[in-house]
Write a new protein. Structure first.
Lengths: 118, 112
């Protein structure tokens, strides 16, 4: 079946502009996650959504970052007034749910959006 | 705050050499443990996972990992690497109540 898709695959923007990154999770997956991958920094958690629960926004680095998930499916990550330090690969992942009986469900990752802020 | 440490940033091996990538975490409670791999130009994908039971878990492509609770470690091993194992490897830990936290990643380069 179709995996997690993200668009655009690459985005170059000027400092100060706003950008929107899109994620289409695997159909039926109730949990959706956003991560940021910077060179040599591993994956940095940004936010996750689980069903109709309030999202966990604890990883968002500043109030310039926001995300929403409409209809429990597609998600958009918005970065306002982009800065050069926002340049990174933004990864989206989805899973069937968060966990069951203490066992976390596998997260399936998309190809990422490479954001370059000039 | 919980953390995940991968000891090596870049490992270079020749084909048929044995591999061990270190992973240590700081959380003291019940955890789920994962190794993910990202081959060049491909998505991150799950290599193996540990939830409970036998601390030696086997994954795809001949990889295995051993959970040593007393050492807070979950090292990845493969007896004989191949050129196609060239990739970046990420250890990840999820506490029972908490988010999945990734290590910094280890780049493995295998020379033919």
């Amino acid at each position: 079946g179709a995996g997690v898709s993200q668009s655009p695959s690459n985005k170059v923007t000027e400092k100060g502009k706003d950008v929107e990154l899109r994620c289409d999770p695997i159909s039926g997956h109730t949990a959706l996650y956003w991560y940021r991958q910077s060179l040599g920094q591993g994956l940095e958690f940004l936010i996750y959504f689980q069903g109709n629960s309030a999202p966990d926004k604890s990883g968002l680095p500043s109030d310039r970052f926001s995300a929403e998930r409409t209809g429990g499916s597609v998600s958009t990550l918005t970065i306002q007034r982009t800065q050069q330090e926002d340049s990174a690969v933004y990864l989206c992942a989805s899973s069937l749910a968060l966990a069951s009986g203490g066992a976390a469900y596998e997260q399936y990752f998309g190809p990422g959006t490479r954001l370059t802020v000039t | 705050a919980q953390s995940v440490s991968q000891h090596n940033h870049h490992v270079i091996l020749s084909e048929a050499a044995s591999l061990e990538l270190g992973c240590n975490y700081s959380y003291g409670g019940t955890v789920n443990l994962f190794w993910y791999v990202q081959y060049p130009g491909q998505h991150l994908q799950l290599l193996l996972k540990y939830f409970s039971g036998d601390p030696l878990v086997k994954g795809i492509k001949g990889f295995e990992a051993e959970f040593i609770k007393s050492k807070f470690s979950f090292n990845l091993r493969k007896p004989s690497v191949q050129w196609s194992d060239t990739a970046e490897y990420f250890c990840a830990v999820k506490p029972f109540y908490g988010k999945l936290t990734f290590g910094q990643g280890t780049i493995l380069t295998v020379h033919p």
